[in-house]
Structures are given as C-alpha cells and as structure tokens.
Design a protein around this ligand. Structure first.
Ligand SMILES: [Zn+2]
Ligand SMILES: [Zn+2]
Length: 346
C-alpha cells in the first residue's frame, strides 16, 4: 500500500482531511499526482446519501487533472511527467457489447466508478479525486492535450463529456437548433460545445440576469422559462433540447420546445419522471438521457475542446476550502464550477 492525503466524508455535509491508502501499482497502472479536481453535483448526492455506520470510507471527486508520477511495467502509452486527466469511471469489463461499442460508461456489469466503486481485482472501494494522488489503470487515463488549462479542463471529465455524448449522438452540427435548459456546470459547457459544433444555441433559464453570461458563452439568445409568453413563442423550435436542470421538474414545458422529430435529452436530474404521452405524440418527439462517456468519446471531446478553446468557467479554491465549495454548490452559488487546487495537501 502507498499512502496519500485527501478529504474524507465526515458528516452528511462535510469532509475532513485524512491519510488514505492507495494500492501498489499493478503492471498496467499509473500513479497520478492530482493537481486539480472539479466539484460536481454527484459529490453532494454521494455525501448526502452516505451512511457512516455501514458504508466504506467516502472520498468524493471524479473529474481531475494531474501529472503521471510512476508507471507500471506494462504501461507504454504514458511516461512520468505526462499531463493526464481522469473522469468518473476507472474500469469496465472490457468484453460486453457496450464495452465493445466503446461505451464503457454503460458496461453491462457496471463500470467501476472513480469513487464509491468496487475495484474489479481486489474488491476494495475506490476513493476519489479529492486527494493528492490516485492510482488508475492506464486505459482510463487520458492524455491532456496541450493548450488546455489543467484547472479549467478538470470539469470536462464529468460535466463536459456528459453533455458531449448526447450532442454528438443526436447529430448536432451546423444548422442544428439547440436549446440548453439550465445554465450551470453542465449547461455552460453544453452551450460552448453546441456553439463550436455550429448549432444556433439558445439558453432556457429562470434567471434572466444570466443573459449576458449566455451571450459571452456564445449563445444566440436566452429564453426566460418563467415567462409563458416567451416559452410559447419558441414552441416546436429546437431539434435538440439539452436539459441540465438538476432538481426534479415538470418536463412538459421543455417538451413543448422540441421541434418535429426532435429530442429532449434529460441529463441533470436522474430519477422518476412523469410524461404525458401526447406531449411526445404531437410532433413525434423523443425523450432521451445520457451520462458520462466512453473512452473514445472522452478522448475525442478533450481534443475538440483543445482545438476550439473550450474549457469550464471555474472558481479555483484551495482544497482546504472544500467544505465551503460544497456548501456554496448546494446553494448554486458558483459560476460555473468549483475546482479544488490540491497542492495544499503536500
Ligand atoms: Zn460528476
Ligand atoms: Zn463491459
């Protein structure tokens, strides 16, 4: 075992600094010194749902960038000193139909999550990226393209790829009309990517004072979701509606915005939803979802972002302020992603 330092669940809302164990390197493992780790809504949920009396230790964090510090003897794609990024999955079965299709995120035997997952070899519980070091199988680390800022790139590994896969699989490109509902961690990246793909892009927000931000991100318009007149005026308009709203909400007003044969892609809130079938019937509309990304599309997304100057809008905090970041994220008080600087853990 090797030891490192990180932030361990201490209560339903807070973390505390602690010493952590990492496995010794297997032949195909990398050791990564984590420099920056984004703070994701999933981290809040994991902490909230954590049972101290029954569960294995919890260290959140699943979108990070850093530098390779050691490689196992079978690693050929990386060398010490390489800049790398790791997202929210760190292993998969490698042989099922989903893995064969390059969609390790949908692995039939469930992908190994970066934290709170079960290691496929030793059965241990994975501990996440709110720490100084991580040990990861080489195939689930990604080379960080030059030109990407390592802090602003960290959120691409969860928030970024989560919006990238549906944009790509739904064929968004030049001439597409895209709406992004909710302008937060996911939404602001969806806007940047949709614009860079060539789509005419509109933000749907209940916060009209984000209009300037929407324009700065490249959006062509902002529709105030609380204004029924504005919502009615954009009925049946968008080929793709990317719904990143994290709280439970009525889908009907957003389905109304979808154009004939278009798709509402639900990404922010994962849980039961109620849909009136006629809201799909009228206009042959489709309801879809997605999350995380396969290895191929994650690498493709990183290169696209490097080529198009896309990264997250971030507020960097020293990792000692992780509890402040969690608290403010809970109140949606961030534009648009917190990133923790792990250098204070040395
Ligand atoms: Zn995440
Ligand atoms: Zn699989």
């Amino acid at each position: 075992m090797r030891t490192t330092t990180g932030w361990l669940a201490n209560s339903p809302t807070t973390l505390r600094r602690a010493s952590l164990n990492r496995r010794d390197l297997r032949p195909d493992d990398l050791a990564v010194r984590i420099d920056y780790c984004g703070v994701c809504h999933s981290d809040l949920h994991a902490l909230h749902d954590y049972d101290h009396s029954a569960d294995a230790p919890l260290v959140p964090g699943h979108e990070f960038t850093g530098v390779v510090t050691e490689t196992g003897p079978e690693v050929s794609a990386f060398t010490v000193g390489d800049r790398v990024a790791v997202g929210n999955i760190v292993d998969s079965c490698g042989i099922c139909a989903m893995c064969a299709a390059g969609q390790e995120n949908f692995c039939h035997s469930f992908p190994t999550l970066t934290y709170g997952g079960t290691d496929r070899q030793d059965g241990s519980t994975t501990l996440g990226g709110f720490s100084r070091d991580y040990v990861v199988r080489d195939t689930f680390a990604y080379r960080l393209p030059s030109g990407l800022d390592p802090a602003a790139a960290a959120p691409l590994l969860c928030a970024g790829v989560t919006v990238w896969e549906p944009l790509r699989s739904l064929g968004v490109g030049r001439g597409s009309r895209v709406a992004v509902a909710g302008l937060g961690g996911l939404g602001h990246l969806a806007v940047r990517m949709a614009v860079a793909l060539g789509a005419t892009t509109t933000v749907i927000s209940r916060t009209p004072d984000k209009r300037d931000d929407a324009r700065r991100l490249g959006a062509h318009d902002l529709v105030d979701s609380t204004d029924t007149r504005q919502m009615a005026a954009t009925r049946d308009t968008f080929d793709v509606v990317i719904d990143t709203i994290s709280a439970p909400h009525d889908l009907a007003p957003y389905l109304k915005l979808v154009a004939l044969d278009g798709t509402l892609s639900l990404l922010g809130h994962l849980g039961p939803v109620t849909v009136e079938a006629t809201d799909l019937l009228v206009g042959r509309k489709k309801l879809s979802s997605a999350g995380s990304g396969g290895r191929r599309s994650t690498a493709e997304m990183l290169q696209f972002c490097a080529d198009n100057g896309i990264a997250a809008d971030i507020e960097v905090l020293p990792s000692t302020q992780v509890n402040t970041a969690l608290d403010r994220l809970r109140r949606n008080d961030v534009r648009y992603r917190f990133v923790l600087d792990m250098s204070d853990l040395d």
